[in-house]
Design a protein around this ligand. Structure first.
Ligand SMILES: C[S@@+](CC[C@H](N)C(=O)[O-])C[C@H]1O[C@@H](n2cnc3c(N)ncnc32)[C@H](O)[C@@H]1O
Ligand SMILES: *[C@@H]1O[C@H](CO)[C@@H](O)[C@H](O)[C@H]1NC(C)=O
Length: 241
């Protein structure tokens, strides 16, 4: 039964995307959101594999927008065993690949994205998980105050990667009183993320606790061939005065 309900929507979603070679979110929603046709094919293939019994997620080498297998492994090492009663907020959840890992590690996951079609795809991808709440949320247009009365311990920040937006997003994450750990994806690959994190570290508001993912053995390469010297992601503890 659930399979039928689950299949109906992705097909509608994929048909919607099939019309265009690239799906672009409307500019006022998420200016930098472009989902490639190839990424949609990956998503489809991953769902097909799941239905055939496998549960392998696409790696960063397959879809540059998601996290690597190595980052997921490190994430499990970092919070596994201590996060089972905690809530994670995933800011920028895309097709739901990392949401899936978080939903196994945490008691609850709140998955945010500016693009409703992606939240729908995430929900379909994770149809068998029952601890994920999906919220259409744009980090610079919408009110972060809606999270303040919830108990959220960990944030996985992976939405816009430009310096100004990341600065604002970090500031907003720090205003959620219960947040104690923020994980920054694309720390290595995106200069904007790195600079923003470093500013908060210098200001004594964040303290790095672990480097995660690709790059443990020296420089690594993105799918497009670009060499990255820094580690893929960083986890920082929140320092509160
Ligand atoms: C790199 S992808 C996230 C990948 C995902 N966390 C994973 O590991 O598979 C970035 C996502 O953030 C969304 N996004 C970009 N800017 C945003 C913003 N300012 N507010 C909310 N969502 C945003 C995009 O629509 C996209 O789905
Ligand atoms: C989670 O909560 C349960 C029930 O209160 C408790 O037994 C368990 O030790 C908690 N786990 C952690 C990691 O705190």
């Amino acid at each position: 039964m659930p399979k039928v309900a689950f299949l109906k929507v992705p097909i509608a979603f994929l048909l919607l995307l099939a019309g265009a070679s690239e799906f672009e979110a409307s500019p006022d929603e998420a200016p930098r959101s472009t989902v490639t046709a190839e990424a949609v094919e990956r998503y489809q293939a991953s769902i097909r594999a799941r239905m055939a019994g496998a549960d392998a997620l696409p790696d960063k080498a397959d879809d540059e927008w998601t996290s690597s297998d190595s980052l997921r492994k490190d994430l499990i090492g970092l919070v596994g065993g201590v996060s089972e009663n905690a809530t994670a907020l995933e800011v920028g959840s895309y097709f739901g690949y990392t949401t899936r890992i978080l939903s196994h590690l945490f008691k609850r996951v709140i998955a945010l994205d500016a693009v409703p079609e992606l939240l729908q795809a995430n929900r379909d991808y994770n149809y068998d998980r029952d601890n994920i709440l999906y919220i259409r949320f744009h980090t610079t247009d919408h009110d972060w105050g809606i999270f303040n009365l919830n108990s959220i311990q960990v944030v996985f920040l992976d939405a816009s990667h430009d310096f100004e937006t990341v600065m604002q997003d970090i500031d907003n994450c720090l205003r959620i009183p219960t947040v104690s750990l923020i994980i920054f994806d694309d720390y290595g690959a995106e200069e904007g993320v790195r600079r923003a994190v470093q500013q908060f570290v210098s200001a004594g508001r964040l303290r790095p606790v672990a480097l995660l993912g690709e790059g443990a053995e020296g420089p690594w390469r993105l799918r497009d061939g670009r060499e990255v010297k820094e580690r893929e992601a960083i986890a920082c503890e929140v320092l509160r005065r």
